[in-house]
Design a protein around this ligand. Structure first.
Ligand SMILES: [Zn+2]
Length: 343
């Protein structure tokens, strides 16, 4: 029996006090006298427990997932709001809550950090939070927003030296990054229906165009939501790589890029596992996230992605790698923590 490790979970069910504090913080940007203190936010352990037990943990147990890599709510990162200090305070609060959840449920949740990114601000400003989250909170990965402007794409591509301080830190700690945007503030792009999938596809293409992994051969990115359009258009991307005189995609990208299984129907998963080598696929559901309903065609939740993996043509061995083996390899600090627990 494999462990089932869901590498993509967010704290979408945090107690309302968190959102209320954030709204005050946003109001305080223009009205400094209204700016709340960090100490104004009070959430008890019981409230945290309840918010998890009735939601993520319940679904994990019903669906047969053991461990979730748990990061702050992605759409609430909203790096475009305010300046660096606003983002830094917000990231620190959100990361601390995920850490507390991981302490309350040590067998089920392992934290992944959001970064205090802000558009146009040097990325070295994120390093102290990475240090804190890895060293003090036991975070095993980070979420990196390739577009902190929220849909306006004002930052350089991921292959640009702008991002290198974060990559150097990732290499030092041997932690991967999930490439994950936040809410869209561009009226043309729906947050989870367009902006997320655009960003997945865009990030993949940026890596294809560049030679980032020659500079950082051990850097690892997870492109979520099944890789956006990448697997579906694999032929196009292979052809583009040839035209750009790049090596094959396997050689150029697949030692460093992984896709998750947040694809909410069987034909999508079937295509993913057919096109992408199983060594590059990590189990994930992003549950209680973008799509929260039951699929009337199947009678099961759209985000119950384990069912699709089970129903696919993957062998038992391949499923082991998707559920557990690949996650241990891509998140070595997760592997260490699991081994320390005897898992
Ligand atoms: Zn997500």
């Amino acid at each position: 029996m494999s462990l089932v490790i869901d590498c993509h979970g967010h704290y979408t069910t945090a107690p309302k006090a968190l959102e209320q504090w954030r709204n005050k913080q946003i109001a305080g940007i223009n009205q400094p006298s209204e700016m709340p203190k960090v100490s104004d936010l009070k959430i008890s352990d019981d409230e945290l427990r309840e918010s998890i037990e009735l939601n993520q943990l319940k679904f994990m147990q019903e669906r047969g997932a053991d461990i979730t890599l748990f990061s702050p709510r992605a759409s609430f990162m909203a790096h475009h709001i305010g300046d660096y200090n606003i983002s830094a305070t917000w990231a620190s609060i959100c990361n601390e809550l995920c850490y507390r959840v991981s302490q309350l449920f040590p067998n089920h949740f392992i934290p992944v950090a959001m970064l205090p990114q802000s558009p146009g601000v040097p990325t070295k400003t994120c390093l102290a939070e990475i240090d804190r989250c890895v060293n003090e909170y036991g975070n095993v990965g980070i979420n990196l927003n390739p577009d902190p402007s929220g849909g306006h794409w004002t930052s350089p591509p991921l292959t640009d030296p702008y991002w290198f301080p974060i990559y150097e830190k990732m290499v030092e700690y041997n932690v991967p990054a999930m490439i994950h945007v936040s809410t869209s503030c561009h009226h043309c792009f729906h947050t989870t229906g367009a902006h997320y999938l655009n960003a997945d596809t865009t990030s993949f293409m940026q890596c294809l165009q560049g030679d980032l992994f020659k500079i950082f051969p051990t850097l690892r990115f997870i492109v979520p939501h099944g890789g956006g359009a990448a697997p579906y258009h694999w032929g196009r991307f292979r052809g583009l790589a040839m035209m750009m005189k790049k090596p094959t995609l396997e050689e150029h990208l697949l030692n460093n890029i992984y896709f998750d299984t947040c694809v909410y129907h069987q034909p999508g998963i079937d295509l993913l596992v057919d096109v992408i080598p199983y060594k590059n696929i990590l189990f994930a559901s992003e549950m209680i996230g973008a799509v929260r309903d039951i699929d009337p065609n199947t009678g099961f939740y759209f985000d119950d992605t384990k069912r699709y993996i089970e129903a696919s043509t993957l062998t038992k061995e391949q499923k082991y790698h998707i559920y557990e083996g690949n996650a241990r390899r891509v998140f070595p600090r997760l592997d260490q923590q699991l081994k320390a627990k005897g898992l």
